[in-house]
Ligand binder design. Sequence first.
Ligand code: 1PR
Length: 590
Amino acid sequence: MEATAAPFSSIVSSRQNLPSSSIRPSSPTSLFLSRKKNLGYVNLKFKSRLSVHASSTSDSVVTLLDYGAGNVRSIRNALRHLGLSIKDVQTPEDILNADRLVFPGVGAFAPAMDVLNKTGMAEALCTYIENDRPFLGICLGLQLLFESSEENGPVKGLGVIPGTVGRFDSSAGITVPHIGWNALQVGKGSEILDDVGNRHVYFVHSYRAIPSNENKEWISSTCNYGESFISSIRRGNVHAVQFHPEKSGETGLSVLRRFLDPKLPATQKPMEGKASKLAKRVIACLDVRSNDKGDLVVTKGDQYDVREQSNENEVRNLGKPVDLAGQYYKDGADEISFLNITGFRDFPLGDLPMIQVLRYTSENVFVPLTVGGGIRDFTDASGRYYSSLEVAAEYFRSGADKISIGSDAVYAAEEFMKSGVKTGKSSLEQISRVYGNQAVVVSIDPRRVYVNHPDDVPYKVIRLTNPGPNGEEYAWYQCTVSGGREGRPIGAYELAKAVEELGAGEILLNCIDCDGQGKGFDIDLVKLISDSVGIPVIASSGAGTPQHFSEVFETTNASAALAAGIFHRKEVPIQTVKEHLLEKSIEVRI
Ligand code: 1PR
């Protein structure tokens, strides 16, 4: 990769050398690329009629372009954590008047461009960038700078950078979306990445821009995932990153800090780290519910029974959700999952404490947060109907990066397998259409059912590595709903394939038989599912020792491993798990 950081002004017309306060472009600029006819573009040059003004905003203010397409709470929280106050863009003028503009693109490419064009923000953004004003685009905020995207397209982008954005090629043997912590190949002159060095940063996306001769002068880093793609661009004061600095822990916060304060001295000694590829993730899971006193607690049971075996039979209380999540973040968890385990019977939006848990946690925890439990259509006692999309939207607004669907995904998969028709109406389909499939996890709660012969049931049966208690050699994995209370006529294999088709971006694979047992993950099950789908699989249930993590990563294609009990009971710290994985040459984020 060639990475140069020519000042932006060197490629724009000479009037850009004037102080920004006096810049008043009035003629077509040379910056914007000629739009190619075969992409259906109409105008050949972007005619800017806007002006960039000097502003008297203080150093502690950053302008945020939130065009209302989804959750930008995480970036708000990260900026506030760094001591900044946020000015929201209301009009195109606010962009032109910004001292520093952060653009965290969310949602899909086409609707984002649509909003930007209709509101006049697209033109203001182009003018702002053209004038080399401090800019940081994040994720879609990087992709929109390119000429076009294949996402439901081709769809025309802002056209600042030559090139198109396309989907990762899953036939290259990679899981898509690209979810997780990956390494960068950082070029010269990419100061905001100064502290990243060889540490991992967090990506979550299915589309990417490819390096080419035409855009090489923009590239400040690339990332390998089946192929090399553009992970950041930089020209003068204009920066954009494909990864999420607001979700990349302390490393990511350093990227924001350096963008906000370019005068920070260069790093003398790069932070330690040996990132070279996508790391295996270690996830802490918090099963959350109200106890009998009405307090929201983290609980944990064996095989989904969370009540103590005492006379009082109370809900096991392992701590406060916000405190524990904060602790796991500090301990190095790569992701935190909250499962509202009574969500299947209580309406989650009535469960305001859970929303509060997310809000408070996301203020200080800068790794991805997933929340599940009760995501479905619902009519409350007063007859008010809530769509699953509204429930998910509230979770996203409150700080969730991904939502996890359990029971409702089982019903949707059963329906789909029966009819072969995607109705587009299931919660899974609706939420993934609006927020992207990378934002939708399906949580599977299967139970092992032994059979004598593979033809005994119409589900995928496997030959077990370790025979059952009565020497059974075969089993299938029956999906359950309502927290394991009801078995359904569908296997984990069939469900996984169906939900992938319906738009799931990731699978959280529990195993009721192994839950809380501490005897290791169900390797047969994890292998079966992770070999059958092209989306990432999180192995869950049964972790008791660090060796169980290396075993699941060495013998299956799981992308992540999740545990609850051993972390809550402080039997095995997250760092010990990671050190063990490193000893076994399994790449993890440190
Ligand atoms: O069906 O969409 O409302 O989602 C409900 C969600 O809550 C599902 O993801 C379901 O797995 C979860 N759930 C429901 N009841 C319980 C319960 O414990 N009574 N928790 C429950 C299940 C399973 C794992 C657990 C691992 C690791 N928790 O997530 O954390 O098994 O545990 P371990 O490391 O201690 O073995 P919906």
